[in-house]
Ligand binder design. Structure first.
Ligand code: GLY
Length: 376
């Protein structure tokens, strides 16, 4: 069986490593420029909410739904395999309207989702407040998506890392892959920042927002350019659990965790590789938090952080075999959906790498597509 080198130890690289191992690959190494699982995946909020985010039932929506549906199995398997509970929470997601425009938006979302026979409820203001008493009294009506869930993304990363450790998957931290060197039809080795060379039969780029920084020798990258989009987040430690479910609005979201911690996010900023928080960003988050729940906005901010989402111009992920070398694969550009899409990404890419099996989602996320072919 081939050896596989995975360049990038975020949720995509870790989930892929587990899936490859389950399919019988024994020699797997992950190369990570920082600490395993501590970059963008760690900064995420863990929402598994395709229905709250979608405007149409397109193939990308199907990809999101099918990946979300893999979480119950992933959650129970990881608990058995590692003892880590990833806190899959199926309490649903509430989408309140605060303005006339929001009302139009949620009503049209309700219509298309009903037409697609998706589960969604349209709630009055009274029912909304009964469901979540700490939501703003200004909320007018809402949609409730019982099948939009959340997961504790940091526990997911801890569980996936533990799986790798238990099964002898190599984890190399604080080493950046700088260059892929091609000899004949294959990438022969990766040159790393510490000048070491890492070779493997097959190489997979899962470097998220950093994927397009990797240089190529004797070939050119054959995938659309990926750039970072910053998301700032804050959290509040509440004395008791104020909310039961994720609350998502057109201007922000809050994610209540099992331990009383409530996350609020997120900004969407094109600021290159700057992953710091800013006063302006925190103010934007406080404004959207206040709109959703004035009660929550009166709790002092406990923590602030930011992460860099990997984005490409048509908004779709890039997943599959690359055309510039026979042994090179990629899974990146998951943008706002890295946690959500990790299980299905790992499944389809592992099937491709190990069994050369194609799928409709690999076709959708084809790295060789023209960058402007499809815009979401
Ligand atoms: N998935 C939520 C975000 O990117 O902010």
């Amino acid at each position: 069986m081939d050896s596989i080198l995975i360049v990038g130890g975020g949720v995509i690289g870790l989930t892929l490593a587990r899936e490859l191992h389950k399919k019988g690959v024994k020699d797997i190494t992950i190369l990570e420029s920082g600490e395993i699982g501590k970059e963008s995946s760690f900064a995420a909020a863990g929402m598994l909410a395709p229905q709250a985010e979608a405007d149409t039932g397109d193939p990308f929506f199907d990809f999101c739904i099918e990946s979300k549906d893999l979480f119950p199995t992933l959650s129970s398997e990881l608990l058995d395999e590692t003892g880590i509970d990833i806190e899959l929470d199926k309490s649903g997601t509430l989408y309140p309207a605060f303005t006339r425009k929001d009302i139009e938006e949620i009503r049209s979302r309700f219509e298309w989702q009903k037409a697609h026979e998706l589960e969604v409820e349209h709630l009055s203001a009274n029912d909304t407040h009964r469901l979540e008493p700490f939501i703003s009294p200004e909320s007018l009506e809402s949609l409730f998506f019982p099948n939009d869930w959340q997961v504790e993304n940091r526990k997911l990363l801890i569980g996936l890392k533990k799986y790798a450790e238990i099964h002898g998957i190599g984890l190399i931290e604080n080493v950046t892959a700088s260059k892929l060197v091609k000899t004949g039809p294959k990438i022969e080795h990766v040159v790393a920042s510490n000048k070491n060379h890492f070779g493997a039969d097959k190489i997979v780029i899962t470097a998220g927002a950093w994927s397009s920084l990797i240089e190529f020798e004797n070939s050119s990258p054959s995938f659309p350019k990926v750039k970072p989009i910053r998301g700032q987040m804050i959290s509040f430690q509440t004395a008791k659990k104020l909310f039961t479910r994720v609350i998502y609005s057109p201007r922000g979201y809050i994610v209540p965790r099992k331990d009383g911690n409530v996350l609020a996010g997120a900004t969407v900023e094109d600021v290159k590789f700057d992953s710091k928080t800013t006063d302006e960003g925190i103010k934007t988050l406080m404004d959207s938090t206040r709109e959703i729940s004035p009660a929550l906005s009166r709790v002092p901010i406990d923590k602030k952080w930011a992460g860099l989402r990997p984005f490409t111009s048509d908004g779709l992920p890039i997943i599959g075999a690359l055309s510039n070398a026979d042994n090179l694969f990629i899974a990146t550009a998951h943008y706002r959906n890295g946690i959500l899409l990790a299980p299905m990404t790992a499944k389809i890419l592992a099937d491709k790498i190990v069994f050369e099996k194609d799928s409709k989602f690999l076709k959708l996320c084809d790295p060789n597509r023209s960058p402007n072919a499809q815009t979401r």
